[in-house]
Structure formats: C-alpha cells, structure tokens
Design a protein around this ligand. Structure first.
Ligand code: PLP
Length: 397
C-alpha cells in the first residue's frame, strides 16, 4: 500500500470483534464490563442520507464520537471532511486519512496549536468570534488568500434545542460584520458559521439563522466566500416527535434562497449526533438489584452523561443467557458504578419484573456524546467496542 493510500482500518488492538447480533456478543464475552455495540450499516446509511440531501460539503463533528471505528465507517460511507476542535482531533484525522480535510472550528485556540495545525497539518479553515482571536490566527498563520477565516455568529433562538451552543461562543451580528471586514482587509477568504444548538427539533431555526447570516454578510459590505450551517440536526430518540431530516434540508434550502448568495459561496454542514446516535448501543450488566434499583457497570460519569443532562429517553432490552425473563415489565432506576450519589440515571426504565444480578441490558441510541464524554472517575472507563449486524432495540419500539 502506497504512502498516500488512506488507512481505513483501526490500529491492531482496536480492531473490532464482529458478531451477528448482541446476544452472540454476550455469549462470547459474558462481559462484566460495558461494551459499545456499533451497527455500521446504520451509521453508513445516515451518512449517505445526509450526503445525498445536504446541498454542500458535509463535515463530521469528530467530538461527537471520535472512535477510530466510527470514523472508518463514516469515511468509507463518503465523509471526507471533518470538523475538528483540537490538535489531537486534527492529528487523528490527518494521520489516518491523508486525503481528508480537517477544519479548525473551535473559536478559541492556543497559539502553538494554531501554528502546528497550519504548518504541520495544512489546515486552511479557522473559526474566530473575537478580534483578538483573529489577530492570533493571522499572527500564527501569516494570513493570505489560501486561508479562510470563518466568523462564528451567535444565533438568537434557543427555544428548540436541547443544548444551547451560542451562550459561550459566537459574535453578535454587528461584531461579526466588523470581523468579516477585518478578515477581508487582510486578504483572507471570509466565512460565516453558526451552530443553532444540539438536538434541534424545529427546522425553522435553521431558516432564521440563515436569514441572520445573510443580513450579517450584507451589512459587512465585503460578502462571504463560505457559509457553514453547523450541526444540531436531531437524532430520533424514543420520547421525541421530530420532523424528518428532509424538513430540515427544505428549511435550509428555503433559507438559502431567501438570502440569495452568489453561487460561488461554499456551503458546509457539521453534523455530529444525527450521523451516529442511533448506530451504537451499550451493553451493561446488572451487578446488584435492590428492589426497583439496579446497580449497573456504567453511569453518568461514563457513557450515560447525556441521559442525565437532558430529557433524552432511549430504548432498553434485557438479555439473559440461562432462561427466559418475565414477560411483565416494571420500572427500574439505573444506578451507575461510581461512589458518587449523583451517579444515578434520572427517570426509570421498563424492564422484566424479575431482572436479576448477572442479566445484561442493552441500552440503545448511545452513539453520540457517550464514549466521547466518558471519564475515568473511580477507575471505571468503558472502552470495548464490537460490531453487530442485528436490528437495534429502537427498531422494535
Ligand atoms: C458540537 C459541534 C457540532 C456537532 O453538533 P451536533 O449537535 O452533534 O450535530 C458541530 N459544530 C460545532 C462547532 C460543534 O461545537
């Protein structure tokens, strides 16, 4: 294999074990540790769907799930552009996929990091939301016409998202227009980006954000060379009624039409959650039952932090090797393994009423912000991945 050939297999040691279904995983490993069960076909299908519907370049937001196996599945499905936010993410992408593009989409970066991203990894797109950050990027890269500086715009609607991503980053429109003028004055390509917030449930939020971007670009007097509509596209969790992806794309097309940009403007999106959430479940084991409380081997400091911060409900199913669980269900509370009393998943999960120590529970729709956010608190760290090819619990509910 030549040097320029992208390596599409994870390093040995991280290689997936492949199984037909999750029950086979339990039989083969009888795992006392949590196991991420990836469903490559689901991840690839959501990537291809997004690629075919979005009218521009699709970057995957690496932070959402940086597992080498997930990145390989996305790469093979045709995702060759990546939204990165740190030097380790940039290195992971550029060293694994030499023909892929990494974009530096974090509005606050260390000077040495900017310099290394530019000189060593050839990164040419940088996000800023403040004049001092712009000065840093220009200092460390030298600026010039092959550099695109993308100004992150604060969006105004937080009503339809689970996680607001405009409270910490993003310039108000007048400051963003001023930044665009400064970028243009330094001879760099200009861009605007926004992130409406993660798990957006209302397509019109994108249309409104595009209108704001259009006004900002016009007010700047210098126009833009690229426009990035960010991430935020929803996953279809069990407790949410959300319009289909087609409606979000229709809102984006309508928003673009209204602002009537020149056809040369490059268009980007940065989906994370929408591509990977439903393509991975988590297999945990019950270690102790106290009445309606189940103590399991993963929790909010591991893979389940999102279930703690937001009203996300995901399907579960019980797996028992020796015998059949009761048909009747009752609600149980899931307690995590760490010593912290906070380590309890809010709400209850319906499971067979006779659930007992040693049973496994498959918790579905955990591909986004799970392994990515896991800590090593108390010595618990979920890090085993397998591939499975059966239908997920969500398909049955
Ligand atoms: C987190 C993030 C994303 C991905 O967001 P999702 O809601 O997972 O789609 C995209 N872009 C930026 C700048 C982000 O911070």
């Amino acid at each position: 294999m030549g040097m320029t050939q992208p390596a599409i297999s994870p390093p040995a040691g991280h290689r997936a074990h492949r199984f037909g279904d999750v029950v086979s995983v339990v039989r083969a490993l009888t795992p006392g540790y949590p196991v991420y069960c990836l469903r490559p076909a689901l991840i690839a299908a959501s990537a291809r769907r997004f690629l075919s519907q979005f009218p521009g370049t699709v970057m995957y937001a690496v932070k959402c799930n940086p597992s080498p196996m997930v990145l390989d599945i996305l790469y093979r499905a045709g995702i060759h552009h990546f939204d990165t936010a740190s030097l380790p993410e940039i290195a992971q992408i550029c060293e694994t996929y030499p023909d892929a593009q990494a974009y530096f989409m974090h509005p606050v970066k260390g000077r040495a990091v900017i310099k290394t991203a530019h000189r060593v990894y050839g990164v040419r797109y940088y996000v800023v939301d403040h004049e001092n950050e712009l000065a840093k990027v220009l200092d460390e890269t030298g600026g010039g016409p092959d550099l695109t500086i993308v100004v992150r715009l604060k969006t105004e609607r937080a009503d339809a998202v689970l996680f607001n991503l405009s409270s910490k980053f993003g310039a108000p429109p007048d400051e963003a227009a001023d930044l665009l003028r400064r970028v243009a004055a330094r001879g760099c390509r200009t861009g605007l980006a926004f992130h409406v917030g993660s798990q957006c449930s209302d397509p019109s939020v994108y249309r409104d954000a595009l209108a704001l971007a259009g006004r900002t670009a016009a007010d700047s007097g210098v126009g833009i060379d690229c426009l990035d509509v960010g991430g935020g596209f929803p996953a279809y969790y069990a407790n949410m009624q959300i319009p289909p992806l087609e409606d979000f794309m229709a809102a984006i097309r309508a928003g673009l039409k209204e602002i009537d940009l020149p056809p040369t403007v490059e268009l980007f999106a940065e989906p994370g959650r929408a591509l990977v959430a439903h393509g991975c479940s988590l297999l945990v084991q019950v270690q102790l039952r106290k009445d309606d409380r189940l103590y399991i081997n993963d929790g909010i400091y591991g893979s389940l932090s999102e279930l703690c911060h937001a009203d996300i409900r995901v399907p579960v199913r019980l797996i028992r090797l020796d015998g059949r669980p009761a048909a009747r269900l009752r609600p149980f509370v899931l307690n995590g393994p760490t010593c912290d009393s906070l380590d309890v998943v809010p709400g209850t999960f319906d499971l067979p009423e006779d659930v007992r120590e040693g049973d496994w529970i498959e918790i579905d729709q955990l591909g986004a912000y799970s392994n990515a956010m896991a800590t090593r608190f108390n010595g618990f760290y979920p890090e085993t991945f397998v591939e499975v090819h059966d239908a997920p619990p969500a398909a049955a509910s």
